[in-house]
Design a protein around this ligand. Structure first.
Ligand code: NAD
Ligand code: LMR
Length: 330
C-alpha cells in the first residue's frame, strides 16, 4: 500500500450507528477502495469494553485497507492527527427533558470535542456531526475550534435527502437514480424543508412528474420525510442506525469525491448569508462538491411555498443558537 492512511475518528463508536458505520469505513466505502484508513474510536469509559469488542470484529474481517485501530476515552488522543471526524455520540433526549437540558448536556460533549479537534486534528480535518441536535451540536463544536476553518464543521441532512429521494421515486414510479437536484433546507428536525421545486425526475420538472399535486407535497411528502426519524423509532423501537450510517458514508464520500455533473446534494453547513439564512447558522443547503470543497448552489428561484418553509426551519435554528449562546456554549 503506497498511499498514506487517512485517520478517521468516530465518536460513539460502541453505539448502534457506530456498529453500522465502522465496517463500511474499514472496507473503503467512506473514502474510496484504494484509500487505507486508521480508525480512532472515542467512547465514554463505561463503553470502552464494547468498543473493544467491535474492534475485535473489525480485526476479524481482515479488511485490506484497515491499517490500525485505536480506542480511547480521551478526545485529545482520539482526535490526534484526525483527517476525518464523525461525531456520532451524543446525549439522547430522555423523558421529561427540556430542550435547554438537552442542549446543555450536548454542550458538555461537543464543546470539549471541538477543543480537542482544534488542538490535535490534522490541518485538513473535515468534521461531520451526526449526533442530535446535529446542526446546533456542530455549531458548538465549531465555536470551540477557532483555529479550524469554520467551513470544516458540517451537520448531517443526507439521511433526510435520501429519504426524500425514495419518497419522490415511489410517487413517480421511477428510481432514485432518475432524480436530480433535490434539496433539504434548514434543520435536521421536523421543521426541515425537503424541496422538489428545483428537482427533475427522469429529465422533467419534478412538480410536473407529480402532476402538480401540491396537496401531496404539503400533506404527504414533506411530513413523511420530516417525521421519518420519529416513524422509524416508533416502528423499530430504536432510532435509525443503518440508514443513518449509510448517510454519513454518503455525506463524507460526496464531500471528498465530488457531486455528479448536473446534480447536487444537501449538507448542513455554516451559512454565508445565501438565501436569506443568517450568516454562521449551520443550516442545510443545496451544495456541489469538488476537490474536497463544497459550494452552495446559487441563483435558485425560491417560490412563496418554499420561502415560508425555509424561514420556519431557519427560525428554529436561530432559536437553538440563541439558547446555546444563553448557556455560554458558543
Ligand atoms: P446510541 O445510544 O446507540 O450510541 C451512542 C454512543 O455514543 C453510545 O455508545 C455512548 O456511549 C456514546 N457516547 C455518549 N457520549 C459520548 C462522548 N462524550 N464521547 C464519545 N462517545 C459518547 O445512539 P445511536 O443510535 O448510535 O445515535 C447516535 C446519535 O445520532 C443520536 O444523537 C441520534 O439521535 C443521532 N442520529 C442522527 C441522525 C441524523 O440524520 N443526523 C440520524 C440518526 C441518529
Ligand atoms: C433520524 O432522523 O432518524 C434521527 O435523527 C431521529 C432521532 O431522533 O434520533
Amino acid at each position: 500500500m503506497t498511499r498514506t492512511p487517512v485517520n478517521v475518528t468516530v465518536t460513539g463508536a460502541a453505539g448502534q450507528i457506530g456498529y453500522a458505520l465502522l465496517f463500511r469505513i474499514a472496507s473503503g466505502q467512506l473514502l474510496g477502495a484504494d484509500v487505507p484508513v486508521n480508525l480512532r474510536l472515542l467512547e465514554i469509559t463505561p463503553a470502552l469494553k464494547a468498543a473493544e469488542g467491535t474492534a475485535m470484529e473489525l480485526d476479524d474481517c481482515a479488511f485490506p485497507l484497515l491499517q490500525n485501530i485505536e480506542i480511547s476515552d480521551d478526545p485529545n488522543v482520539a482526535f490526534d492527527g484526525a483527517n476525518v471526524a464523525l461525531l456520532v455520540g451524543a446525549r439522547p433526549r430522555t423523558k421529561g427533558m427540556e430542550r435547554g437540558d438537552l442542549l446543555s448536556a450536548n454542550g458538555g460533549i461537543f464543546k470539549p470535542q471541538g477543543k480537542a479537534i482544534n488542538d490535535n486534528a490534522a490541518d485538513d480535518i473535515k468534521v461531520l456531526v451526526v449526533g442530535n441536535p446535529a446542526n446546533t451540536n456542530a455549531l458548538i463544536a465549531q465555536a470551540a475550534a477557532p483555529d479550524v476553518p469554520a467551513d470544516r464543521f458540517t451537520a448531517m441532512t443526507r439521511l433526510d435527502h435520501n429519504r426524500a429521494l425514495t419518497q419522490l421515486a415511489k410517487k413517480t414510479g421511477t428510481t432514485v437514480a432518475d432524480i436530480k437536484r433535490l434539496t433539504i433546507w434548514g434543520n435536521h428536525s421536523a421543521t426541515q424543508y425537503p424541496d422538489i421545486f428545483q428537482a427533475s425526475v427522469a429529465g422533467k420538472p419534478a412538480i410536473e412528474a407529480i402532476g402538480g399535486d401540491e396537496k401531496w407535497l404539503s400533506d404527504d411528502f414533506i411530513p413523511t420525510v420530516a417525521k421519518r426519524g420519529a416513524a422509524i423509532i416508533e416502528a423499530r423501537g430504536a432510532s435509525s442506525a443503518a440508514s443513518a450510517a449509510n448517510a454519513a458514508i454518503d455525506h463524507v464520500h460526496t464531500w471528498v469525491n465530488g457531486t455528479a455533473e448536473g446534480d447536487w446534494t444537501s449538507m448542513g453547513i455554516p451559512s454565508d448569508g445565501s438565501y436569506g439564512v443568517p450568516e454562521g447558522l449551520i443550516s442545510s443547503f443545496p451544495v456541489t462538491t469538488k476537490d474536497g470543497k463544497y459550494e452552495i448552489v446559487q441563483g435558485l428561484d425560491i417560490n412563496e411555498f418554499s420561502r415560508a418553509r425555509i424561514d420556519a426551519s431557519v427560525k428554529e435554528l436561530e432559536e437553538e443558537r440563541a439558547a446555546v449562546r444563553e448557556l455560554g456554549l458558543i
